[in-house]
Design a protein around this ligand. Structure first.
Ligand SMILES: *[C@@H]1O[C@H](CO)[C@@H](O)[C@H](O)[C@H]1NC(C)=O
Ligand SMILES: *[C@@H]1O[C@H](CO)[C@@H](O)[C@H](O)[C@H]1NC(C)=O
Ligand SMILES: *[C@@H]1O[C@H](CO)[C@@H](O)[C@H](O)[C@H]1NC(C)=O
Ligand SMILES: *[C@@H]1O[C@H](CO)[C@@H](O)[C@H](O)[C@H]1NC(C)=O
Ligand SMILES: *[C@@H]1O[C@H](CO)[C@@H](O)[C@H](O)[C@H]1NC(C)=O
Ligand SMILES: *[C@@H]1O[C@H](CO)[C@@H](O)[C@H](O)[C@H]1NC(C)=O
Length: 332
């Protein structure tokens, strides 16, 4: 082969490869532009090194394209250092159904209002990232939302009553923030099977709304707040509730009057002002694995049966006058 022909052939091959590459790129150009803008506004962090203009964005780390439309549907960045704020450009990936930004050190600032544009969002996790400001009301307009997790941030202000609006919402995690005020009555509008509510480690006050009785709760953690009153709305007749943690609040109710749901696995009422005795019904809860009533005002004999004698004395201690195993025998 002559030299010029050789060169020509190589060039032909090169351009064929280049052509193939660009025509087989799946990534939507608009999504690519937005993602490159996001990378830029985060100062080109190492975690996003695979996001380069000459490659297909459907192959990049931390994102996923829908197999049919090839639009970006998932953005998930986990456990890296990303100095800055959540880029508002995130709202320009209109097909996103799942965002997970988790444990990103040095990321701060508010939840960007542009998120309201993401009407396909089903899963939104912004956790462990020192977010500040209020929980925006507009999150309630994301009508497809199933799962909302804003835990382990520095969010303040009230819980917006709009959060219960998305009809398919099943899991609400707002724990470990600095939220104040009452739990909105509207939270009880969260319907559907097996609802998870985590509001622990905040500064919430007032009573649990009566509307909680309408929910099919499976998991509720209200621990470490300033909540008061009773908890009967958690223990309605036909509930499938399994985990209840109301520890370290100011709840004040007669424990004898609680009818424990038989599916309970975890019940922590420690550090409150609960009075009365331990309900006999707890001996019929077959799979109770964690139970703690310490630091309350309970009195009387601990009923014998079920798992109740399997918990150590520290699960019962510091009450007014509880007695019987595992504590000392009652004096008759
Ligand atoms: C976080 O920011 C602080 C102060 O700006 C800086 O000293 C530190 O190195 C940053 N940490 C990481 C992991 O980037
Ligand atoms: C949040 O900020 C505090 C104090 O600045 C820092 O110690 C902590 O590591 C930060 N957490 C995250 C997840 O960035
Ligand atoms: C949380 O926010 C408050 C004020 O908004 C600030 O003083 C505090 O340092 C923040 N804490 C963290 C861990 O970022
Ligand atoms: C109680 O739950 C069972 C099973 O989920 C259901 O079949 C029944 O209709 C419920 N009863 C009431 C009174 O809600
Ligand atoms: C708690 O309720 C039980 C059962 O209704 C009742 O017998 C008891 O007197 C009540 N205890 C207190 C301290 O009110
Ligand atoms: C029960 O709660 C008390 C008080 O917070 C704590 O000291 C004890 O370790 C807890 N017991 C269990 C088994 O969690």
């Amino acid at each position: 082969m002559s030299r010029p022909m050789h060169v020509a052939l190589i060039c032909l091959l090169c351009s064929a490869v280049l052509l193939r590459r660009s025509s087989s790129e799946l990534c939507h150009p608009e999504d690519k532009t937005v993602l490159l803008g996001i990378k830029d506004s985060l100062n080109n962090p190492y975690a996003l090194a695979s996001w380069t203009p000459d490659t297909d964005c459907c192959d990049w780390y931390c994102v996923e394209c829908d197999p049919m439309s090839n639009r970006i549907v998932t953005l998930s960045i986990n456990a890296v250092s990303l100095p800055g704020q959540i880029p508002p450009l995130i709202g320009h990936l209109p097909y996103l159904s799942s965002i997970r930004l988790h444990k990103l050190t040095n990321l701060t600032g508010p939840i960007p209002p542009s998120i309201i544009r993401l009407m396909n969002l089903q899963f939104l996790t912004l956790s462990w990232i020192n977010l500040t400001g209020n929980i925006p009301d507009f999150l309630g307009q994301l009508t497809r939302l199933i799962f909302l997790d804003l835990s382990y941030n520095n969010l303040s202000g009230h819980i917006p009553s709009s959060l219960s609006n998305p009809p398919n919402l099943r899991s609400l995690r707002l724990d470990r923030n600095r939220l104040t005020g009452e739990i909105p009555e509207s939270i009880g509008n969260i319907q559907g099977k097996s609802v998870y509510i985590y509001l622990s480690h905040n500064q919430l006050s007032g009573k649990i709304p009566q509307s909680f009785a309408r929910m099919d709760l499976e998991y509720v953690d209200l621990s470490r707040n300033n909540l008061e009153g009773g908890v009967s709305m958690l223990f309605g007749g036909n509930t499938s509730i399994q985990v209840v943690d109301i520890s370290r609040n100011r709840f004040e109710f007669n424990f004898s009057e609680v009818v424990p749901p038989t599916g309970l696995i975890h019940l922590d009422v420690s550090h409150n002002k609960v009075y009365g005795g331990i309900p006999k019904g707890l001996t019929e809860v077959a799979f109770l694995q964690n139970f703690n009533v310490s630091y309350n005002r309970l009195c009387g004999e601990i009923p014998v049966g079920g798992s109740l004698q399997g918990f150590d004395e520290y699960c019962y201690f510091h009450n007014r006058c509880l007695c019987g195993a595992p504590l000392a025998a009652c004096i008759i």
